[in-house]
Design a protein around this ligand. Structure first.
Ligand code: ADP
Length: 599
């Protein structure tokens, strides 16, 4: 139990720093309310000793009995009011601090997640990460306010009551704390098991959120393959496992609570036995015995409440660990301390003997890859699926770093430039681009990374052959796009994506299979848009389509991460090599489909 706790304390401790005044105020209120709690049984004890047993303590001896009674009765109200007021202030203070601190943790966690490399995101599941961001942070906050704060209050009370009890009658106090070691042992042992069960539950919840998230993100595939029952079954199974772990944690904590209650009863019986004998022998006043028994009931509260809060706290601890796990991941792609701003680049690109593998020690995807492009040149990367074409694009965007060799733009190694400024200069038109649930205008404009007016957006849309279809939408540029671009066709989405890149003043563009899945009419419009986009920019077109490749100045044919053939399209076709074979295959296919169309 202590190691995760230490880890959480070390991880989140620094977050408390900025909130010291609030936390100190809340803690002071807590200490004050604890003192009031300690005072609570005293008026009754004074009344019993002074008025009932007829042995008024010095404090009340000089007062008339009725006035003494009135003072005690007023003290009951005053103590209760002060206790309630300070407890309220401390609760509010801790709740405020909890919200502010965990709000910061959430922002940092998300920023960190966005910085983590693609390699991490390929490994992790997005549903689980979302759960960590939303649910685990919430759980930590909730536990801080509803479990941690009362627990610290209870510990303070325990300390205070033990001190008062020891001062009143140390022999009786020792009898009272006899069961404490047993309690501590039971609590620690059970606590560890409760923590394990809670951790298992959080893991199951993460898996469930991931499955649900993935299934909903790919709902089209799920529905078209009739996978709904299988997915529902998987979710049901995850849920059942999560429930089982939850019930296990609850059972353990309920068992602990029962055990604690029994031990408290034993301690109370011992104190009653020993205490009453002392009262009868005149060694203890009845009022002091009353204070003892009341304190005893209250002093085991921390332990009893620990049992009650154990599962909540353990869950929070498990949640905290899950957050710490992510925060402890170090981004693989970071700015070097001496990294410089890229500024406006010309776009001369050079790959020098680049080796790359996705996993350390794994198969090399690129092996001694060499390629040089002059500014503004348009190169098509062609080759079979898995040849390493997209990997080249990812390396150029510095989503990964090469395992060996270097990539240079305008003579700068990519690692010499800050990541943000590099990515402003290298733009990607992905195969399936993401549109946000916002207006068409915002979807285009967001890529500019600066405020842009309607005119600029429209100009970019015209370049991307998108202006006409946008104007035909119900609200033109103000039309809100459905999530995942559901209201636009593949070709229209692709053109929005081109317009986005057109707005950016970038020197290099990477087009990753930009026409895949488009029908011939759309393909033609998109290719035309891409031609406009490529003008004045160094362009990489990743494609397995020889017709699209033939649009480039140069074709680079890849196989197994190496260049096997390169040259101008016409030259390669005339040479009769691998590209020529691909070209002929596609031409024959088209001729055949043309014949079909004619039928
Ligand atoms: P292409 O774009 O030419 O189809 P890729 O560059 O996507 O090829 O992939 C090259 C090789 O790298 C393939 O064998 C593929 O399985 C592997 N690969 C691609 N992406 C990853 C990844 N994220 N993790 C591990 N291996 C990958």
């Amino acid at each position: 139990m202590s190691t995760p706790l230490l880890r959480i304390a070390r991880r989140f401790g620094p977050y408390l720093r900025g909130h010291r005044p609030l936390l100190s105020g809340a803690a002071a209120a807590l200490v004050f309310s604890t003192a009031m709690r300690l005072l609570e049984p005293w008026p009754l004890a004074l009344i019993i000793d002074g008025l009932v047993a007829g042995k008024p303590p010095a404090l009340l001896a000089s007062l008339e009995p009725m006035i003494a009674l009135a003072v005690c009765a007023a003290a009951v109200i005053a103590i209760a009011a002060l206790k309630a007021g300070s407890a309220y202030l401390s609760t509010i203070g801790f709740a405020l601090a909890g919200n502010r601190i965990l709000g910061r943790v959430r922002i940092d966690l998300f920023a960190h997640l966005q910085r983590l490399s693609l390699a991490f995101h390929h490994r992790a599941r997005s549903g689980d990460l979302t759960l960590r961001l939303v649910n685990d942070v919430g759980m930590l906050k909730e536990a801080m306010v509803t479990a941690l704060m009362p627990m610290s209050a209870n510990l303070l009370i325990l300390g205070g009551m033990l001190a008062v009890m020891l001062a009143l009658n140390w022999q009786l106090a020792l009898v009272a704390i006899l069961p404490v070691p047993v309690l501590l042992l039971a609590t620690v042992r059970r606590g560890r098991r409760i923590h394990e069960a809670s951790r298992a539950q959080r893991k199951r919840d993460g898996a469930m959120a991931s499955t649900a998230g993935e299934a909903l993100a790919a709902i089209r595939t799920v529905q078209s393959l009739s996978l709904e029952p299988a997915i529902a079954k998987a979710i049901g199974a995850s849920d059942q496992h999560s429930q089982q772990a939850d019930v296990r944690a609850k059972r353990l904590s309920a068992g602990l609570e029962r055990g604690v209650n029994l031990l408290v009863a034993v301690a109370t019986a011992l104190v009653l036995w020993q205490g009453t004998r002392q009262v009868l022998a005149g060694a203890l006043s009845p009022g002091d015995l009353l204070v003892f028994v009341t304190y005893l009931k209250n002093s085991f509260r921390p332990v009893r409440e620990y049992a009650k809060y154990a599962s909540r706290l353990s869950k929070a601890l498990a949640a905290g660990e899950r957050i710490a796990d992510v925060l402890d991941e170090t981004p693989e792609i970071t700015d070097r301390p001496d990294a410089i701003e890229a500024g406006r680049l010309k776009g001369a690109v050079r790959f020098r003997q680049v080796d790359f593998a996705y996993a350390a020690g794994g198969a090399k995807v690129l092996d001694g890859f060499e390629l040089e492009l002059r500014p503004g040149e348009h190169v098509a990367l062609v080759g079979a699926s898995g040849a390493g074409k997209s990997t080249i694009g990812s390396l150029l965007l510095r989503l990964y770093d090469p395992s060996a060799g270097a990539i240079e733009i305008d003579g700068h190694d990519l690692r010499e430039l800050t990541v943000a400024s590099l990515r402003r200069q290298v733009c990607l038109v992905p195969q399936d681009n993401l549109l946000f649930a916002a207006t068409v205008r915002d979807n285009i404009a967001l890529a500019a990374l600066r405020p842009v007016g309607q005119e600029e957006v429209e100009q970019a849309a015209r370049l991307a052959n998108a202006h006409e279809f946008i104007m035909a939408l119900p609200a033109g540029y103000d039309t809100v796009i459905g999530e995942r671009g559901a209201t636009l066709s593949g070709g229209q989405r692709q053109r929005i994506s081109v317009a986005r890149v057109a707005l950016r003043d970038s020197a290099i563009v990477v087009l990753d299979e930009p026409t895949v899945g488009l029908d011939r009419d759309n393909e033609r419009i998109v290719i035309d848009a891409l031609r406009h986009l490529a003008q004045g920019r160094t362009t990489f077109t990743i494609t397995h389509d020889p017709m699209l490749a033939a649009d480039a100045d140069r074709i680079v044919f890849l196989d197994g991460g190496r260049v096997v053939e390169q040259g101008a399209p016409a030259e390669l076709i005339a040479r009769g090599g691998r590209f020529a074979a691909l070209w002929r295959g596609r031409r024959d296919e088209q001729a055949a489909s043309g014949a079909c169309d004619a039928l």
